[in-house]
Design a protein around this ligand. Structure first.
Ligand code: ZN
Ligand code: FE
Ligand code: FE
Ligand code: ZN
Length: 268
């Protein structure tokens, strides 16, 4: 991290989740080639369903940690962090907490991808949006995101408005939902992820929206960066756009994590 400046990609998957490709060391090489100061792996872990389409099986979690540690040893002079992306689901707080007890994790991302059995960010189930009241669904989504933040299980809320992924936007009430959600983030003391993967999706926007990020800045919430890479080519995806967005909103710092402790560094 030269001169205390940093650009990091903390949202990177691995083939262990069943839907990403490439060797771990190729992800690291891609991060180096793009001039990032750190890469953090954060593969999917889902407790509430055993589905090889979405996540490594729970019993493979120790193997995942070992795989990242092996790549850390291969790149001793480069910052390779070990994280995980957990799908938040009500009633699983104890098992999530105990699973991570004593593990050498640098950070835990919390995400909401699934509500009442509908994996709403999976394009195979996109037709369900047409059957829904989008305003109500946004409300349901953001309530769950607030709950995830307040659970105390996570260091970062990943892609806070991933619900817009396929371009379905609410007609009313979005501003008050944003305010309420950012307030919950503030109470939780949680870090917000600026995630560029939305630029690769039908919505063609970064998560979260500029309106949401402005509210985060006003509340003094810390931010970090992720590409949600599912292949080495996607590491650091469109980070120039993410940095522009952060600067335009007013951010000059981003957050780095070590052993689940956070530190603010100047944004490169
Ligand atoms: Zn994924
Ligand atoms: Fe996700
Ligand atoms: Fe992800
Ligand atoms: Zn993700």
């Amino acid at each position: 991290m030269e001169g205390g400046k940093a650009l990091v990609d903390y949202h990177v998957h691995t083939p262990m989740c069943g839907h990403a490709v490439g060797e771990l060391e190729d992800y690291v090489k891609a991060a180096q080639a793009r001039g990032l100061h750190e890469i953090g792996f954060s593969d999917h872990l889902i407790f509430h369903m055993d589905n090889r389409d979405y996540s490594m099986p729970l019993k493979q979690f120790p193997l995942y940690i070992k795989a990242v540690e092996a790549v850390q040893r291969r790149f001793p002079r480069y910052q390779v962090k070990v994280g995980v992306e957990v799908d938040y689901f009500q009633g699983e707080n104890d098992v999530i907490k105990s699973t991570f007890q004593g593990e050498p994790l640098d950070y835990v991302l919390g995400s909401v991808h699934c509500i009442n059995g509908w994996v709403f960010d999976d394009e195979r189930y996109i037709s369900e949006y047409k059957r829904r009241d989008i305003d109500e669904f946004y409300e349901e989504y953001f309530k769950l995101v607030q709950e995830a933040a307040l659970s105390g299980l996570f260091d970062v809320i990943a892609h806070p408005d991933v619900i817009k992924k396929f371009g379905y936007k609410p007609i009313r009430g979005i501003k008050s939902l944003y305010i309420e959600t950012v307030q919950a983030f503030k109470e939780a003391g949680i870090c917000v992820e600026v995630n560029t993967s939305g630029l690769r999706k039908p919505v063609h926007e970064i998560y979260p929206s500029v309106e949401f990020l402005k509210l985060c800045f006003e509340k003094g919430l810390p931010v970090t960066l992720g590409s949600d890479a599912h292949s080495p080519e996607e590491v650091g995806w469109c980070f120039d756009k993410a940095v522009d967005l952060l600067r335009n909103v007013g951010y000059r710092e981003i957050t780095v994590f070590t052993g689940r402790k956070r530190k603010a560094v100047m944004l490169e």
